[in-house]
Design a protein around this ligand. Sequence first.
Ligand SMILES: [Ca+2]
Length: 218
Amino acid sequence: MGAAQTRAAHSYQDLSHKTGFSLEQIHILHKRFKKLSGESETISRENLNNITALADNPIRKQIIEAFFDKRNQHNGEVGAYEEIGFDEFLMVMSHFRPPTLKTSVDEKTAMRKEKLRFLFNMHDTDSDGKITLEEYRKVVEELLSRSGAIGLEAARAIADAAMLEVASTSMPDMPADYFYEGITFEHFELILNGLEMESRMHIRFLDVDTVTMRCDRN
Ligand SMILES: [Ca+2]
């Protein structure tokens, strides 16, 4: 094995430890990454914009932004990257990894929390730790008005009603004149409590079906 290959094997090990993907899966994902980037070291939003399988996805914009969101790297940074390298790409992909039969209860809990945090970050676009009505409206508007079946006003009304519902559910004793600033992560967890989403959250747009990626560290 040459020096370069040894180095690659080393960093694959590190990445495997960090993301939970097996070496083989990392190898496959690295190939996809290179294809996406056009053999370059980094990928840009434009590279992801060109993915045809994503073209009709109603939350395409949010998915693409999630790849460049520094919060999804779990290193305490906020903001957005201009371009990302393979390490960052893999870290984002790891949020879509389903649990396996070998995953312990504690690991499952941690995975669920990371996935929820990922979804939360997708909606909390200004990184202030709250999904405000304004931010929530944007998502609902995009989801509903894209089809053309529902107007902007109606989409807004639906978002507002849903938000009010969330507010009263998470704060049952809320006074009538209380200004609900937005959904915190704790509220978000409560709202999605009981919803089995660990194995449902997956992506297929990279010719990689994460559902079949039942990975173990060994
Ligand atoms: Ca926010």
